[in-house]
Write a protein that binds this ligand. Structure first.
Ligand SMILES: [Cu+2]
Length: 109
């Protein structure tokens, strides 16, 4: 029961995020691959307001979650991508929401 509720909530949040993010896919930005349970490259530098697109090339689902900030992608299945855009300059740590040992850093200049 607990597991079911958790999955349902996660799907609802993912759908909402996906709608907001779809409009940003065509803008120029940075791309990060997710492969073999790693972000590649794990550390990226980008400009404020430039979208960062994450492409899941793994068979397993992944989700990018910026630590302590309201930035995240939907849960991405194989072949799916999702973007986040950060307006404020700074250094942001991110993890996979499903596999917290997967980590990376976004430097926004
Ligand atoms: Cu993951």
């Amino acid at each position: 029961m607990t597991m079911f509720k958790s999955l349902a909530l996660s799907s609802a949040l993912g759908a909402a995020a996906g709608i907001a993010l779809a409009a940003q896919v065509l803008a120029q930005g940075t791309s990060v691959s997710i492969e073999s349970f790693k972000f590649a490259p794990a550390t990226i530098t980008t400009n404020a307001n430039a979208p960062i697109t994450f492409v899941n090339k793994d068979g397993a689902p992944h989700q990018v979650v910026v630590s302590g900030k309201p930035f995240k992608t939907a849960v991405l299945q194989k072949g799916q991508s999702g973007s986040i855009t950060i307006a404020d300059k700074g250094s942001y740590k991110y993890i996979c929401g499903l596999h917290p040992s997967m980590t990376g850093t976004i430097e926004v200049k």
